[in-house]
Ligand binder design. Structure first.
Ligand SMILES: Cc1cc2nc3c(=O)[nH]c(=O)nc-3n(C[C@H](O)[C@H](O)[C@H](O)COP(=O)(O)OP(=O)(O)OC[C@H]3O[C@@H](n4cnc5c(N)ncnc54)[C@H](O)[C@@H]3O)c2cc1C
Length: 450
């Protein structure tokens, strides 16, 4: 989206080259929108998913001209969205140079980055041996697969029934229709896995183990918007307790007027980053400890179709939720034994397949991607104290180990959670793409080719 925004930036033509480095065979759809599984639905309605915030009807118009069946106002498949993004990227590549910008795609991974001696550019090493010199390097690395659910992982990580990365291509293919399955986690990833297994015709029982035992809440009908109360009631609040109490009050008042809690929460969406940034670090830590798991289930909702399928599977007894925390995993012949701690007891469940659905790894001290490692070791990339992502300035420029603002390295996407907390979904990320494109555009404008 950043490349697309640069290509559409007013004030051009710019004299610059964009090198998109992406090991997937198609650049654009990324991890979330590559899977060819129509049952995986977007969790945002189509009218909120235009790639261009200033042209909110763009995705809906694209759906209309591409005759994609009736999801124009509702929840399309992620595969459909992948086609949309792919088309936007393909257009800027095939019309290159566009706006003075030449776009080249390298279908390989970036493995290291080294700052030039003058500190004003970097050399990027790619897995295919190519070296690229660039004035600006933007890390748009997305979401990393979860850490093993318990450590040490050597007792189970090589077991053929253990699926540590639920997003890997064909991750569920080895699960037989009559094999028992246990999912760790009950968030949106677990919902996807259940939908995938159901679409494949899975017949055997599926156990879902979850600390809180809650499914993501469900989207209500598309409702009129609720007026934001951020400036009048929340802007000055410095503690999590005060903010939660103020929101609860509003939700209660709205309920007496027949208004659902969802539009009340959604009215705050543009300011969630401000609420987060207004809390000092100990309050942010308090939010993570006490509120974030509930927050995630009410903020990141499932489309009603998905929720209905989960309900059906539970009512039929095929899916059972087991509340508790996984403490150990042990290979036991063809099965895995899952040791679970509950409030006052422990239990051991066994299954032929265990799928880790605990959510993306955000802790950049633990990410072992070679590019991340090289930048971290050089002090050019600093993980934040709460282990949510990368430390940046307000524009997404990386802060280095000595606290200075990098003139070369930038990031956007889930890595910017330390700044916004909510830095995951398209409506937030497209804004980041616009802002970063404007910044980089102003830097390259009027310069010789960069
Ligand atoms: C399964 C899933 C479903 C989601 N569903 C939705 C949804 O319905 N609605 C919504 O709004 N948001 C959704 N999201 C949130 C998602 O974070 C964003 O919508 C968006 O896709 C993130 O885009 P990105 O470009 O930051 O990351 P990605 O699209 O993941 O792109 C990052 C890319 O970086 C590449 N990469 C990583 N390391 C390197 C390297 N060293 N060298 C070269 N390339 C590298 C990867 O191959 C990847 O393709 C979902 C996320 C996931 C994981």
């Amino acid at each position: 989206m950043l490349a697309v925004q640069l290509a559409h930036l007013p004030g051009g033509p710019f004299a610059c080259d964009i090198h998109l480095v992406e090991p997937r065979p198609i650049a654009g759809p990324g991890l979330a929108y590559t899977a060819r599984r129509p049952e995986y639905l977007l969790n945002v309605r189509s009218p909120q998913l235009s790639a261009f915030p200033e042209n909110p009807g763009h995705f809906v118009e694209w759906l209309q001209t591409n005759h994609t069946p009736a999801c124009e106002q509702e929840f399309c498949s992620r595969e459909t969205y992948g086609h949309y993004i792919q088309e936007l990227v393909t257009t800027i590549i095939s019309h290159s140079p566009i706006n003075g910008i030449r776009v080249t795609v390298h279908h390989t991974a970036a493995t290291a980055a080294t700052l030039a001696p003058d500190g004003k550019s970097a050399v990027l090493e790619l897995a295919n041996g190519t070296r690229l010199s660039s004035d600006y390097v933007v890390l748009a690395l997305g979401n990393f697969p979860p850490l093993p659910p318990t450590r040490p992982a050597d007792g189970y990580s090589n077991h053929p029934g253990f699926h540590g990365n639920p997003w890997a291509q064909g991750a569920l293919r080895s699960i037989g229709l009559d094999d028992s399955v246990l999912l760790i986690g009950s968030g949106l990833t677990a919902v996807d896995v259940l939908l995938g297994l159901r679409a494949d015709g899975h017949r055997a029982p599926i156990t879902v183990v979850s600390g809180h035992g809650r499914w993501p809440s469900t989207h209500g009908p598309a409702e009129p918007t609720y007026p934001s109360f951020y400036t009048t009631e929340l802007q000055e609040l410095k503690t999590v307790g005060e903010v939660v109490a103020a929101i609860r009050r509003r939700v209660r008042t709205a309920a007496t007027q027949g208004i659902d809690w969802r539009p009340v929460l959604d009215s705050l969406r543009p300011d969630l980053g401000n609420i987060w940034a207004n809390w000092p670090l100990p309050e942010q830590a308090r939010f993570l400890r006490h509120v974030s798991s509930l927050w995630t289930t009410i903020r990141h909702r499932s489309p009603p179709q998905n929720a209905a399928i989960i309900e059906q599977l539970m009512a039929a007894g095929q899916v059972q939720v087991y509340q508790g925390r996984v403490q150990h995993l042990v290979s036991q012949g063809p099965e895995l034994a899952v040791h679970i701690r509950r409030k006052r007891s422990t239990a051991v469940l066994t299954a032929q397949h265990v799928v880790s659905c605990t959510g993306p790894l955000l802790d950049y001290t633990r990410i072992q991607d070679p590019l991340v490692l090289s930048l971290r070791e050089a002090g050019q990339l600093v993980p934040d104290a709460l282990r949510l992502g990368i430390v940046t300035d307000e524009h997404g420029a990386l802060l280095t180990a000595d606290g200075s603002v990098s003139p070369v390295y930038f990031t956007l996407g889930p890595s910017r959670r330390p700044a916004y907390f909510e830095s995951t979904a398209v409506p937030e990320l497209r804004q980041q793409a616009v802002a970063l494109a404007q910044l980089l555009g102003s830097k390259v404008a009027g310069q010789p080719r960069v």
